[in-house]
Design a protein. Sequence first.
Length: 183
Amino acid sequence: MKKLIVLDPGHGGEDNGAAWGERYDYVEEDDLNLIISFLLRYELVLKGFDVMLTRAKDIFVPLIDRVIKANKWEADIFISIHADAFHNRTISGISTHVFSRCSEKTLNLSSKIQHSLVNEFQDHLNRGTKRSDFYVLRKTKMPAVLIEAEFLSNLKTRRFLKEPEHQLALAKAIASGVKEYFK
């Protein structure tokens, strides 16, 4: 039986998440999360996984509904895709979040994905695995991670995130981490 992965493109609809930039470098996080999730779904399907998304267009999906979907679908793992932001616009880096009281399986999943991301993007700061109390991590019944792909508030990393080849490379790196987790 194929493993089922639920991808959660963070935010959506009237909840844009972080929104940064002016004119040509402006980006809203929810759009970026959806693009990376679509690319990630493609990469995971190529690797033989079944994939479901909590949203497949720019609509608002309450956190509780995202969790209900993942739990109802009995996913093997849950991955929420995000981009970070901070008032200090020089902050950068890639991080993976887990629930503060998560299982060893979740820590292993986080480790495999984070390692794959920082191995692919060696010139980016490795912010590591962080223990957090995000609702989607706390309420899902399967190993669950939330990836912060980089910082939209930093001009350099915002431009990195907007480039299609980097979006695809992020998706490929996450997919490689997932594949390594299931070995």
